[in-house]
Design a protein around this ligand. Structure first.
Ligand code: AMP
Ligand code: ZN
Length: 469
């Protein structure tokens, strides 16, 4: 039974969807004011891992991820650059979707954009006004947190010193600035052409409102899981709860799942420090990108991930080892007696599941995978693994890959495939046969042919390893 750490209760809880077998998930998506960085992708990879595991457990998942295409930051940059809002955000949205593909992230069912949902947002604000939870001031509308007694419980805030009617206009603020926040921001001259007509006057929606509105539109007033990074717990998610529950009187989200940050060389990634990495910055090859996916999905989402070139390198090594094992297993066509692999595979899979059930504990789950990998490599090196065993281990790797999504071809990168094309594979095998037959001339010739195709071969005690030059 899957347990998830629920930020709402600060406890691990058994996960039971509202509707048996169907899970409704919402993830705060990218704010398309710039390119997404590798930290952002940790948030999207957590949603992907969670979805994949829920599906692996036999559940259907309906996933919604919003695109924030209007907020303070976007508006500032649009007005500085002289381009239309649509043109400005589209360039980043396109790159975002391409990057999702590079990381083998399963697309959401819906990617709603804030600017396509203005009437729904106006409707939600009107409901809050009717219920006396919001007030208008100079063309803006604010949420009155003193009218919503549960405000602050989710983010564990002390609201005792709050005074009525003090508001904050910025979407982003910290715990020292707990204030009534903006649901609708009145148009000001510097907004230029950006603005929508509403009963409360021309303006634009606040960031927090976008997510309340779009999640409830596509998933219902109460849904199962909401994901995002820990920086969103306050104020964003606290405000989403206030707006949604304030308007409907129903519980909004049943399980809140948050990911910790990616730090860069032990420092918080931030634009001001100039240490933002995009996916393309961490390496030039498909292997680098796959390794980033591997690194993130095999790190526990609730611990800070310190990204360094070395961590990426060790992920690459681990992936290479798994890939090479798969290739060696696929080549086994001999039946051998003995060695009950079904049993060992069954145990490894049960372990893998037990760790994933424990709040998606992927570091332990991958350790179970490597337990079996060690055994398989040992048996292979001793010539003790026959066709049946090889199939069983390969089947296991296919199964865990449904969850981890690590064996894939990175399309669209200026890269080389992770798996060797069949022709080069044949050259490798022929070279190995030549070596075993002590035909050094032939083996050298084949090595040269492989080198010309960009493949480096290293001979090891157990046989050989290859890598791209
Ligand atoms: P944004 O595009 O800024 O709205 O952020 C998109 C997602 O990335 C949110 O869920 C953030 O919480 C998350 N996020 C932002 N920075 C990081 C980081 N350094 N590490 C992990 N997640 C992050
Ligand atoms: Zn959000």
């Amino acid at each position: 039974m899957l347990k998830l750490y629920n930020t709402s209760t600060r406890e691990k809880e058994e996960f039971v969807p509202l509707e048996p077998g169907r899970v409704r998930v919402y993830s705060c998506g990218p704010t398309v004011h710039d390119y997404a960085h590798i930290g952002n992708f940790r948030a999207f990879l957590l949603a992907d891992l969670l979805k994949r595991y829920l599906r692996f457990c036999g559940m259907e998942v309906f996933h919604v991820m919003n695109i924030t295409d209007i907020d303070d930051k976007i508006l500032r940059r649009v007005n500085a650059g002289g381009r239309s809002l649509g043109e400005f955000t589209q360039q980043y949205a396109e790159v975002f979707f391409a990057d999702l593909k590079l990381l083998n992230i399963i697309p959401a069912e819906v990617y709603p954009r804030a600017t396509d949902h203005i009437p729904e947002m106006v409707g939600l604000i009107s409901r809050l006004l009717e219920r006396g939870l919001a007030y208008q001031r100079e063309g803006s509308v604010y949420f009155s947190i003193s009218r919503f007694p549960e405000y602050g419980r989710f983010a564990r805030l002390d609201t005792s010193g709050m005074r009525d009617g003090i508001s904050v206009d910025s979407d982003e603020y910290d715990k020292d600035h707990i204030r009534d926040f903006a649901l609708w921001k009145a148009w000001v001259e510097s907004d230029g052409e950006v603005g929508w007509e509403a009963p409360f006057g021309r303006g634009r929606p606040g960031w927090h409102l976008e997510c309340s509105c779009m999640s409830m539109k596509y998933l219902g007033e109460t849904f199962d899981i909401h994901t995002g990074g820990v920086d969103l717990i306050f104020p964003h998610h606290q405000n989403e709860i206030a707006q949604s529950e304030g308007a409907t009187g129903k519980p909004f989200v049943r399980y809140w799942v948050h990911n910790e940050f990616v730090n860069l060389n032990a420092e918080k990634m931030s634009k001001s420090q100039g240490n933002i990495y995009r996916l393309q910055d961490i390496g030039s090859s498909a292997d680098d990108i796959r390794a980033y996916r591997y690194l993130v999905v095999t790190s526990h989402h609730r611990t800070v991930l310190n990204f360094t070139p070395e961590t990426l390198e060790s992920s690459k090594t681990a992936l290479r080892r798994l890939t090479q094992l798969r290739q060696r297993l696929a080549q086994i066509d001999q039946d051998l007696p003995g060695g009950d692999w079904e049993d060992q595979v069954g145990r490894a899979l049960a372990d893998f599941r037990a760790h994933m059930d424990d709040d998606l504990n992927t570091p332990r789950a991958i350790a179970s995978v490597f337990g079996l990998v060690n055994q398989a490599e040992k048996a292979l090196n001793q010539g003790l693994l026959g066709r049946g065993g090889a199939r069983a281990v390969l089947g296991f790797l296919e199964q865990i890959d449904q969850v981890l999504g690590i064996f894939y071809q990175v399309e669209g990168a200026q890269t080389r495939p992770a798996e060797l094309p069949a022709e080069l594979e044949r050259l490798l095998r022929e070279r190995q046969e030549a070596r075993l037959a002590k035909n050094w001339k032939m083996s050298d010739e084949l090595r040269a042919q492989l080198a010309a195709a960009g493949v480096v071969v290293k001979d090891t005690k157990e046989g050989y390893e290859w890598s791209w030059a």
